[in-house]
Design a protein around this ligand. Structure first.
Ligand code: FAD
Length: 293
């Protein structure tokens, strides 16, 4: 199918893009970034905007740059830009690993970091690592600039706290603290598919006990979520397979309303969350031990 007819604008600056948004009914405008999620929706006529606002000519929204203790990734930077960034590789190997798990090279060549954040697919890797790392998402709109914590940005299925008329401009990904062990693993039917369930784990070891443990499960419910009950079980404890299995059990118990669809039942997802939690914690511990911290 072909999209329903629409007007098209591709302004060269963010200010012009914001002006176009403010002059139009935001409900009738669709923002286009890499098009990897939006174009199928247009082609299937599930989205029928009056105006397509293409951001891809706005150079100021691209690029990856160093901040004091974070990496700033422009919303229009592609996943390929991230893969090619030695800055991201050095300062945040978890974010790098999540990048190469996304889709296929063709998708990563065009799909943007900002597009994945705003799309807010519950099974997507970037929202999960953004929540685990405590990333900040920067938006510009009629009210000026807003900085939104990742945990407040992702609301539910395909829904964020971006206001109508706002454009996501930047994602600030904090550096992985020294000595942090990390892991991201997922189960998908085929390589490059969205995850059925995935997990992200982070922890440090100090005097032999777990410090600042973080567990995020994605693909299992309406959004990527941390699991404080499981994290509390780990904090201050000596790591062991039994402890990680207990954390996995706590995650499985605390999963609210797991997704039940054609890809997997709710029970299967709950069990995957348990298994992936324990496996990612184990890998994170090995990395923390190997860091020499
Ligand atoms: C075959 C296939 C496999 C895939 N596999 C995966 C996978 O394994 N993991 C994964 O995470 N993703 C996967 N994707 C999705 C892919 O990562 C998309 O690139 C991503 O979801 C959207 O990014 P985009 O730049 O293409 O955004 P677009 O499709 O252009 O836009 C997506 C949405 O975000 C909005 N938007 C985009 N940028 C902004 C902005 N700066 N400010 C405000 N709103 C904005 C758009 O209006 C639209 O609603 C896959 C896609 C395909 C086609």
């Amino acid at each position: 199918m072909k999209p329903a007819p629409f007007e098209y604008a591709a302004p060269p600056t963010l200010d012009e893009a914001l002006a176009i948004l403010s002059e139009n009914d935001p409900d009738e405008v669709k923002i286009l970034a890499g098009g990897q999620s939006l174009m199928p929706l247009l082609n299937m006529r599930l989205a029928r905007p009056e105006l397509l606002l293409d951001l891809t000519r706005i150079d100021e929204l691209g690029g990856v740059r160093a901040l004091d203790s974070a990496v700033s990734i422009g919303a229009l930077a592609t996943k390929r830009d991230v893969e090619d960034s030695s800055l991201v590789r050095d300062r945040n190997p978890l974010f790098m690993e999540s990048t190469v798990m996304i889709g296929h090279p063709q998708i990563r060549n065009r799909g943007t970091v900002g597009g994945s954040m705003v799309q807010a697919d519950p099974a997507a890797e970037y929202p999960a690592v953004a929540v685990a790392l405590g990333a900040e998402l920067v938006a510009r709109g009629p009210g000026g600039e807003r900085v939104i914590e990742a945990d407040d940005f992702f609301i539910t299925y395909l829904t964020t706290s971006l206001e109508p008329g706002e454009i996501l401009t930047e994602v600030r990904v904090p550096d992985l603290p020294a000595g942090t062990g990390w892991s991201i693993q997922e189960v998908a039917r085929r390589h490059g598919d969205f995850a059925i369930v995935g997990a992200v784990a982070m922890l440090r070891l100090e005097s032999g006990v777990c410090v600042d443990p973080r567990i995020v499960i994605f693909g299992a419910s309406d959004r990527a979520r941390r699991h404080p009950e499981a994290e509390a079980l780990l904090a201050g404890e000596r790591p062991s397979a039994a402890l990680f299995e207990s954390a996995g059990q706590a995650v499985a118990q605390s999963l609210e309303d797991p997704t039940d669809d054609v890809h997997a039942s709710a029970d299967y997802r709950r069990d995957l969350a348990r298994v992936l939690c324990a496996r990612t914690l184990s890998e994170a511990m090995e990395r923390a031990e190997g860091s020499g911290a």
